[in-house]
Design a protein around this ligand. Structure first.
Ligand SMILES: [Zn+2]
Length: 416
């Protein structure tokens, strides 16, 4: 009986084959050769007319003579899969079409989160940092097991929401941080201020010190949602990265450079998305009708802050889209905003989502570069994002960890 089952299984494999896209774990000894005309290596370098050799989940060689070629990506721009340092992967619209937030745990919300992960991966993002809800932990683990397709997820578990004195004593805050570590957090997210319109600090210096110190003691990075004074306070507290940041002064930003603190500012997508999906957000918690004109007014302020940050020598600016309901799979629009409206150099914008973002994640020797020894996270775009940043919308090939998830027809010219 057992032999029969085995032979039936074999038969079905022979009859139908095993397409790459249904297997999320790479084949260990199989070599895959990718031919490329132009490779942005993720660190600011460019390779021409070469071949990338992948074995298992990793890039093993760059060898222009490697053969046979499995994927011919000549005529496209090949680069490392992008890293989005700030998403809310579980945040979706509910069955009524309205904003359902990030913490919903219904079966509908669960499938919606899985769909967000798929959309994000198809858009060329092979790693994301999800910051703001513990409901992304099982999704992270399912993807890591190879049970679901999606980007590699790093999760903050439950964020520390600043609520003034109510947040707790420094000791209570330390206990909260330890609880997140036990729950499986890869990093700690802290809300230390309100918004651009209400930028007051929600945590005291002492409370912030406790949070970031305890995280550091446990080996966890700290991402701090901060505006105005909270930026400097977080830097002084030894936190790792500032999210958003408007109303910080040049001196605050220079202090960030001195202390090696990362900045993840946004140049538009998150606010454009609220306006684009106004009907779906309006009237849901946190989104009264009167907030939308305010959001519209805020966009130029974010552009101005992005430009201000670019002028600070040595400031490490990483890519983070703040993707939420309505913008999963459109994360790359933030590149266009940064270049078109924020004044970013397109090559630097790419690096900010490749090697620089990887370094900020503490994964600088694993992801974010096309080089031997790195994870085979490789994407290809139709067009050249350095000449035309809108090429980031045209992702036609996605490999993550040596598995090809997307290999769409494209009009890239094949050079002989
Ligand atoms: Zn966010």
């Amino acid at each position: 009986m057992r032999a029969l089952i085995i032979s039936l299984c074999l038969l079905s494999v022979i009859a139908f084959g095993v397409p790459h896209s249904t297997s999320h774990t790479p084949q260990a000894n199989k070599q895959i050769v990718i031919a490329a005309g132009t490779v942005l290596d993720g660190k600011g370098g460019v390779l021409h007319n070469t071949r990338i050799v992948v074995e298992g989940s990793r890039i093993v060689r760059i060898d222009p003579n490697a053969a046979p070629v499995n994927y011919d990506l000549r005529g496209l721009t090949v680069l490392p899969g992008w890293i989005d340092s700030h998403v809310h992967i579980t945040w979706s619209f509910g069955p009524d079409g309205k904003n359902a937030g990030a913490g919903d745990t219904t079966p509908y919300a669960t499938y919606a989160a899985a769909a967000n992960a798929w959309a994000t991966l198809m858009a060329g993002f092979t790693t994301v940092q999800s910051v703001g809800s513990p409901s992304d932990l099982p999704l992270r683990d399912a993807i890591a097991r190879g049970a679901l397709p999606g980007p590699r997820i790093l999760s903050s578990a439950e964020p520390l929401l600043g609520r003034g004195e109510q947040t707790g004593t420094p000791d209570e805050i330390r206990a909260f941080i330890r609880k997140q570590k036990e729950a499986g957090a890869d990093l700690i997210k802290i809300f230390a201020a309100g918004s651009v319109r209400r930028p007051q600090m929600l945590l005291s210096q002492e409370q912030l010190n406790a949070a970031c110190d305890e995280a550091k003691r446990l080996g966890l990075r700290t991402l701090v949602h901060a505006y105005k004074d909270a930026v400097r306070a977080a830097v002084l507290a030894g936190c790792t990265q500032i999210e958003h940041g408007p109303l910080a002064t040049d001196d605050d930003l220079k202090l960030m450079v001195q202390k090696g603190v990362w900045l993840d500012p946004q140049a538009g997508l998150v606010m454009e998305n609220y306006l684009l999906n106004k009907d779906k957000f309006a009237g849901t918690p946190g989104y009264p009708d009167e907030v939308f004109p305010v959001i519209k007014e805020m966009i130029p302020e974010y552009h101005a802050f992005f430009k201000q940050a670019l002028k600070i020598p040595g400031l490490k600016i990483v890519f983070g889209s703040d993707a939420l309901a309505g913008s999963h799979g459109r994360n790359a629009e933030e590149f266009i905003d940064r270049v078109r409206d924020g004044g970013a150099d397109p090559a630097a914008a790419m690096v900010s989502a490749n090697s620089l973002a990887a370094e900020a994640l503490g994964m600088g020797n694993q992801i974010g570069s096309v080089a031997p020894g790195f994870e085979a996270d490789i994407i290809a775009l139709e067009g050249d994002p350095i000449k035309d940043i809108t090429a980031v919308r045209r992702v036609v090939f996605v490999m993550k960890g040596g598995v090809v998830y997307k290999n769409a027809p494209h009009s890239g010219k094949i050079l002989q």
